[in-house]
Design a protein around this ligand. Structure first.
Ligand code: ADP
Ligand code: ASP
Ligand code: MG
Length: 425
C-alpha cells in the first residue's frame, strides 16, 4: 500500500461538476488500496480575478500622479505583498474545502489542509515564496489512518505566521513538495493536456506528447515559458527524487509523461522541445562609454531595484569610445527598470534609452544538443528563411534562446518545430 500525491489544476476544478469528476478519480485511487494526498488549485480564472482586485485596491485615489522614484513615469503601484498573499491564497481555500465536502458525500473520508496547517513552511518573499520544509507529521498520520488529505495548493506559511504564496502556477510546486514531505511513492500532476508536449499544443496542433522528459530539459522548458509545470516543482522533483508524471484529468487512462533522469532517455534527438515566452521587454542604452565598470554601473542599480535581467547583448564599439547595450526584463518589471536606469543616468552616461515590449523569446531545448553540432545554426537559418529578425541571442549547454518581434512567435515556433522534425506524423 502506497501513498500517492495527486494534483489538479484550475481547469480540472473549474466548477462543481468537475470537482465531482476529480473526486471520482481520487476515490478510484483509494479503492485501488492507495492512501492519497490531493493538492488543488483555485478554480480556473479565480486567481486572475483576485490579483486584479489587489491591483485595483492599491491604486491611489487620484490617477496619473507619478510615483516617487519613477523618473516621472506613472507606475502601477504594487500592493503590499503580504496582503496580496492573503487575498490570492483564498482561491485554493475554496476548492480544498469543496473537494473535501464532495469526497465525504461520496463516502470517502477526507479533510482539507491549508498551507499553514500542513504546514508548508516558506521563505518570507511574499508573492513568490520558496518552500523551505514540509514537516507534515500530523497530516501524514491522518493519511495513514485512511483519511484523504486535500491540500490547498499555491499557499504556505512564512516566518511570523503570515500566509505566503509560491508564485503563479505554484500548486505544482506544492504538490511535489508535499509528495516529498510525506514520502509519497509518486506525484501525479493532472491538468488539461495529457502530458508534456514537444511544444505548447495550443499553438502547434502537430506537437507530440513526450513519453518521458529528462529533469534538466523540463527545467529549461518550464523556465523558458512552458507553463505546464512551475519551474520550482521540477527542481524539487529532481532534488528529492519524486517520481512525477503529467496526466490529463479528462482522459486519465491514456498518455502521460514521466519526468526521468537523462540516462533513462535512449533516443537523444538534438532538440526535444520548443518553448516561448511573451513576458519579455527590451531596453537599449545608446552611446554608453565603452570602459571597464560600465556594465556594473547599469546592472547594479537594476539589481537593487529588484529587477531580474535575462538576455544581454553589447555591440562592438566602432570608435572604441561609445557602444550600445541591449538587455531584456519581464514586462511587469519594465517600468521599474526604466525608472532605475533614469535615476542613474548621470553615473552611466548614456545618450538616450529606448524600450520595446512587443518582443518575445523563443527557445529550443534538448540534452542531445551537446552531441550534435550545428543545432543553433539550423535555428538561425529557419528563422531567416521566414524573414524573422533575431534581436538578441543567448545560449547554454542544452538550449538556445532568441528574442524576436512578438508578432512572429507562432510562426517561429511552428517553423522550428518542423525544422527539427518534431511534428507528429
Ligand atoms: P493547470 O491549471 O492544470 O496547472 P496550466 O494552464 O498551468 O494548467 O498548464 C497547462 C497548459 O500548459 C496547457 O493547457 C498548455 O497550453 C500549456 N503548455 C505550454 N507548453 C506546454 C508543453 N510543452 N506541453 C504541454 N502543455 C504545455
Ligand atoms: N491558482 C494559482 C495560479 O493561478 C496557482 C496554480 O494554479 O498553480 O497561479
Ligand atoms: Mg499550472
Amino acid at each position: 500500500m502506497a501513498i500517492i500525491a495527486m494534483k489538479f489544476g484550475g481547469t480540472s476544478v473549474a466548477d462543481l461538476d468537475r470537482i465531482r469528476h476529480v473526486a471520482g478519480l481520487v476515490k478510484r485511487e483509494v479503492e485501488r488500496g492507495n492512501k492519497v494526498a490531493v493538492v488543488v488549485s483555485a478554480m480556473a480564472g479565480e486567481t486572475n480575478k483576485l490579483v486584479g482586485w489587489t491591483n485595483e485596491a492599491a491604486r491611489p485615489p487620484v490617477e496619473g500622479i507619478p510615483m516617487e522614484g519613477s523618473g516621472g513615469k506613472v507606475l502601477q503601484p504594487i500592493p503590499d505583498q503580504r496582503e496580496y498573499d492573503v487575498v490570492v491564497a483564498s482561491g485554493e481555500q475554496v476548492t480544498s474545502g469543496l473537494l473535501a465536502i464532495t469526497l465525504n458525500a461520496m463516502g470517502v473520508k477526507a479533510r482539507s489542509w491549508l498551507g499553514w496547517q500542513v504546514p508548508i513552511e516558506t521563505s518570507a518573499v511574499h508573492g513568490s515564496a520558496r518552500i523551505e520544509g514540509v514537516p507534515a507529521f500530523e497530516m501524514k498520520r491522518a493519511i495513514e489512518g485512511g483519511e484523504v488529505a486535500v491540500v490547498a495548493g499555491f499557499q504556505g506559511v512564512a516566518p511570523g505566521h503570515r500566509i505566503s504564496t509560491l508564485g503563479r502556477g505554484g500548486s505544482d510546486t506544492s504538490a511535489v513538495a508535499v509528495a516529498a514531505g510525506i514520502q509519497a511513492a509518486r506525484c501525479d500532476i493532472y491538468t488539461d493536456v495529457d502530458g508534456v508536449y514537444t511544444t505548447d499544443p495550443r499553438i502547434v496542433p502537430k506537437a507530440r506528447r513526450l513519453e518521458k522528459i529528462a529533469f534538466e530539459e523540463m527545467l529549461e522548458m518550464a523556465s523558458l515559458g512552458a507553463k505546464v509545470l512551475q519551474t520550482r516543482s521540477v527542481e524539487i522533483a529532481m532534488l528529492h527524487r519524486v517520481p512525477t508524471r503529467v496526466l490529463s484529468t479528462f482522459t486519465p487512462d491514456v498518455g502521460g509523461t514521466l519526468l526521468c533522469d537523462e540516462e533513462d532517455i535512449v533516443e537523444k534527438k538534438p532538440v526535444t522541445g520548443i518553448a516561448y515566452s511573451r513576458d519579455e521587454a527590451k531596453i537599449t542604452l545608446h552611446k554608453i562609454p565603452d570602459r571597464p565598470g560600465i556594465a556594473a554601473s547599469i546592472f547594479g542599480p537594476l539589481a537593487d531595484a529588484g529587477v531580474n535581467v535575462d538576455m544581454i547583448v553589447q555591440n562592438v564599439s566602432e570608435d572604441g569610445k561609445k557602444t550600445d547595450l541591449t538587455f531584456t526584463v519581464s514586462r511587469s518589471e519594465l517600468a521599474r527598470a526604466l525608472a532605475a536606469i533614469e535615476k542613474h543616468a548621470a553615473a552611466i552616461g548614456y545618450r538616450d534609452v529606448t524600450h520595446a515590449a512587443d518582443v518575445a523569446k523563443v527557445s529550443i531545448i534538448g540534452i542531445g544538443m551537446r552531441a550534435h553540432p550545428g543545432v543553433a545554426q539550423m535555428m538561425f537559418r529557419t528563422l531567416s528563411d521566414k524573414g524573422i529578425n533575431i534581436q538578441v541571442i543567448s545560449t547554454s549547454e542544452i538550449k538556445v534562446s532568441v528574442l524576436i518581434a512578438e508578432e512572429y512567435v507562432e510562426l517561429a515556433v511552428r517553423a522550428l518545430h518542423s525544422a527539427y522534425e518534431l511534428d507528429a506524423a
